[in-house]
Design a protein around this ligand. Structure first.
Ligand SMILES: Nc1ncnc2c1ncn2[C@@H]1O[C@H](COP(=O)(O)OP(=O)(O)OP(=O)(O)O)[C@@H](O)[C@H]1O
Ligand SMILES: O=P(O)(O)OC[C@H]1O[C@H](OP(=O)(O)OP(=O)(O)O)[C@H](O)[C@@H]1O
Ligand SMILES: [Mg+2]
Length: 281
């Protein structure tokens, strides 16, 4: 099975990282290599531009791909969105100069819009029943309204800094994006594809969870159970010859602070909190 992953840009490192954490060690993913073997002899990684990944998967050069949802929409190919990997989150927005006549989508009828995402742009305006000229650019899109190339742009924003420094205001959101594991429809039931999806999902599930271990006086165990829902309840182990039990549980990261305070109040001691590498639910 072949997985297409971004060869460079901001998505490369986090993608290699998530594959590693999923246990799919990528052998020698050195710069400029076009493909690499993984620890699984049946899984090969192809390094491709983020924008080309949907096509590679749709055409069968790869079976699954890891790239931004914005790129999948732009390619206009029919792929299954198997898993949201969470990183690379951004929005595609329609934006225009703060001091311009463009205040709504309709104001662009008869106008010009510059973008790296011409297909997404055409679909967006077609749904609104207007047909502005689309100018395809390959970068520095934010400059175009200031040099009379376009009246507005459709571009990526995340922190909003680039729009702000270029005096551009959001007119409307076009698409929310984040990095996805995508597959061609004919391979979604392939056992190897399911294995890879499960392994990646286990990394995502573990990210916002922590493993809690503590010793609890046996007579307070019922109280402790009340505040630790865990995954199907905590694991409880007798400590030989003691009036204490050891309690282990998986807890949402956001609940760790409150849970520790609660169990301390119930007499718990030796509370340990650790990260979880993977969580196969
Ligand atoms: N500022 C951002 N914040 C979050 N995600 C982003 C941002 N910019 C881009 N992305 C996501 O990353 C994907 C690829 O963008 P990136 O800039 O890494 O690639 P690229 O522009 O093709 O690479 P390069 O510019 O280095 O050739 C985008 O399609 C989008 O999904
Ligand atoms: O809202 P912000 O946090 O400012 O991010 C938005 C910017 O990030 C991306 O550019 P990138 O840094 O990838 O540069 P590029 O144009 O060279 O791809 C995108 O094209 C925007 O310009
Ligand atoms: Mg970029």
């Amino acid at each position: 099975m072949r997985i297409a992953v971004p060869n460079k840009g901001r998505l490369h490192d986090p993608t290699i990282d998530v594959l590693e954490r999923a246990g799919l060690h990528v052998a020698d993913g050195a710069d400029r290599k076009l493909y690499a073997e993984t620890v699984d002899p049946e899984v090969t990684v192809l390094f491709v531009r983020a924008a080309d990944i949907p096509e590679y998967v749709a055409d069968g050069a790869a079976d699954v791909g890891i790239t931004g949802l914005d790129q999948v929409h732009e390619a206009g190919v029919d792929l299954h969105d198997l898993l949201d990997l969470g990183y690379g989150s951004c929005r595609l927005v329609l934006a225009a100069p703060e001091k311009s006549a463009v205040e709504s989508v309709d104001d662009l009828a008869g106008g010009t819009v510059a973008t790296e995402f011409p297909n997404v742009a055409r679909n967006f305006f077609a749904e609104r029943g207007i047909d502005p000229d689309i100018v395809e650019v390959s970068g520095a899109t934010e400059l175009t309204p200031h040099v009379d190339v376009a009246d507005a742009i459709i571009d990526i924003t995340s922190t909003g800094t680039t729009l702000a420094v270029n005096n551009l205001a959001i007119v409307e959101e076009v698409l929310q994006s984040s990095v996805r594991l995508v597959a061609r429809p004919d391979v979604v039931d392939d056992p190897k594809v399911e294995e890879v999806a499960t392994a990646l999902a286990s990394v995502i599930s573990a990210d916002d969870k922590r493993y809690l271990m503590m010793n609890v006086p046996t007579d307070r165990l019922d109280d402790v159970r009340e505040v630790i829902p865990g995954l199907g309840g905590p694991t409880v182990m007798d400590i030989a010859g003691e009036d204490w039990v050891a309690v282990h549980a998986v807890v949402d990261e956001d609940d760790v602070f409150a849970t520790i305070n609660d169990v301390k109040g119930m007499g718990a001691s030796d509370v340990l909190v650790t990260e979880i590498e993977r969580l196969v639910e």
